[in-house]
Ligand binder design. Structure first.
Ligand code: ZN
Length: 150
């Protein structure tokens, strides 16, 4: 198990040190900001849509390693996906991150998101891991508001 943990930790650190898709899309088809008061993580997400497909996504913000890595991996994961696929992935990822039982073989594949499986053991970290996703959902609805994790 520890080898796997090391691998997961390395992937998280890689995305923390070299975040993918950083910045802001201008103009954007949707944008939102997220704030996690428990940890102080802040993230803003901008997206481009072509019909139902998320064609581009960028994020900016300052936060802990988990929140930054999660935003980076989120941005890689959702590009090219439809709204519906994004919602399905988020639902499954949320279950995984909160420590709920998840059948990984069923439904959408989580890929790199599986690295956050262990945060379910640390309730405070769950909010760090899901912040970018809550913000993405708000951006998809183009609510342009600050979302706080509950
Ligand atoms: Zn955090």
């Amino acid at each position: 198990m520890s080898d796997l943990d090391d691998l997961y930790q390395e992937l998280i650190l890689d995305h923390y040190r070299t975040p993918r898709n950083q910045g802001a899309l201008e103009p954007a088809d949707g944008k939102a900001e997220g704030y996690n008061p428990l940890c102080g993580d802040k993230v803003s997400v901008t997206i481009k849509l072509d019909g139902e497909i998320v064609t581009d996504v960028k994020f900016e913000g300052a936060g802990c390693a988990i929140s930054t890595a999660s935003a980076s991996i989120m941005s890689e994961t959702v590009k090219g996906k439809t709204r519906q696929e994004v919602e399905q992935i988020f639902e499954k990822f949320h279950r995984l991150a909160t420590g709920a039982a998840v059948e990984l073989d069923e439904g959408p594949q989580l890929g790199k998101l599986e690295v956050f499986a262990s945060v379910g053991n640390y309730p405070v970290r769950v909010k760090c891991a899901t912040l970018a996703w809550h913000t993405l959902v708000a951006a998809l609805a183009n609510r342009d508001e600050v979302v706080t994790t509950e």
